[in-house]
Design a protein around this ligand. Sequence first.
Ligand SMILES: NC(=O)C1=CN([C@@H]2O[C@H](COP(=O)(O)OP(=O)(O)OC[C@H]3O[C@@H](n4cnc5c(N)ncnc54)[C@H](OP(=O)(O)O)[C@@H]3O)[C@@H](O)[C@H]2O)C=CC1
Ligand SMILES: O=CCCC(=O)O
Length: 291
Amino acid sequence: MEIGFLGLGIMGVGMARNLIKHGFKVMVWNRTISKCDLLVEEGALLGKSPAEVVKKCSITIAMLADPAVALSVVFDEDGVLKSIGPGKSYVDMSTVDPNTSCTIHKAITEKGGHFLEAPVSGSKKPAEDGTLIILAAGDQSVYAEVLPAFEVMGKRSFYLGEVGNGAKMKLVVNMIMGSMMNAFSEGLALTDKSGLSQQTLLDVLDLGAIANPMFKLKGPSMIKGQFNPAFPLKHQQKDMRLALALGDELSVSMPVAAASNEAFKKGRSMGLGDLDFSAVYKVMMDQSSPS
Ligand SMILES: NC(=O)C1=CN([C@@H]2O[C@H](COP(=O)(O)OP(=O)(O)OC[C@H]3O[C@@H](n4cnc5c(N)ncnc54)[C@H](OP(=O)(O)O)[C@@H]3O)[C@@H](O)[C@H]2O)C=CC1
Ligand SMILES: O=CCCC(=O)O
């Protein structure tokens, strides 16, 4: 199967590499073209633009930063829309809001193409290991067509019905995750200011009812002050903002998420946007410094 892949950031590079490793013929494109070099050495073909990739491939996958970028890669000059048409499928795996997904879906289907949204849960390591959780929605024939690719990128795929449902599920998951990270960071800050051992807190948490993979994975590096980006804080804040907009639209009160969004916004204003989202801990530590 010939697959196009647009967007070789933290996630895209691992996902596209898995496709190549499992024998798919892959054509890649990235705005910063140099990021394609390694994958080209590993067997990928290089596309000069999204339009060229879609022209050459029956299925094109995208893994892009945010709604504005997802829209521009489709609608701009030499974008996806230029080459999409009957017999061609577009699968957007970026985390965007349901309205963005619906806008892309409408434009693609109006030209006779097929669309599936498929955001993912899981971060850099699951992208590299092929153990993502895929939240697909849209054209069910595209889901069936792309399933062999999902099987090498992920450990489980869900088909959630109409376009928008994948985006909504993804935003709910990341809203919960972002709020948990805020509570965890406040706990670590309070432990430190109380003169207690943060490592002991991690050990206590890991034995009890709120033990979870995220605290276990992120805790040790957070207490060492290491925030190498797996999931950039700027993207977590984007997801919090989009989840809050969904809550606004549906009149769901979400004060915990709103407070967490403020902390991530503060993190961005402190220049932490490109660090891992666990760097929100620095916001708590900063706010609790004696004046
Ligand atoms: N990192 C994670 O743990 C996870 C991320 N996600 C989601 O997946 C998506 C990608 O995340 P991630 O790989 O971490 O993000 P990165 O920031 O590492 O990569 C973003 C990608 O978008 C491209 N891009 C940015 N701006 C533009 C533009 N103006 N025009 C064209 N391309 C552009 C980048 O290209 P360039 O290289 O040129 O900058 C890059 O390919 C996001 O929606 C994120 O929320 C979902 C699950 C987990
Ligand atoms: O969108 C990013 C999710 C990161 C994760 O699930 O660990």
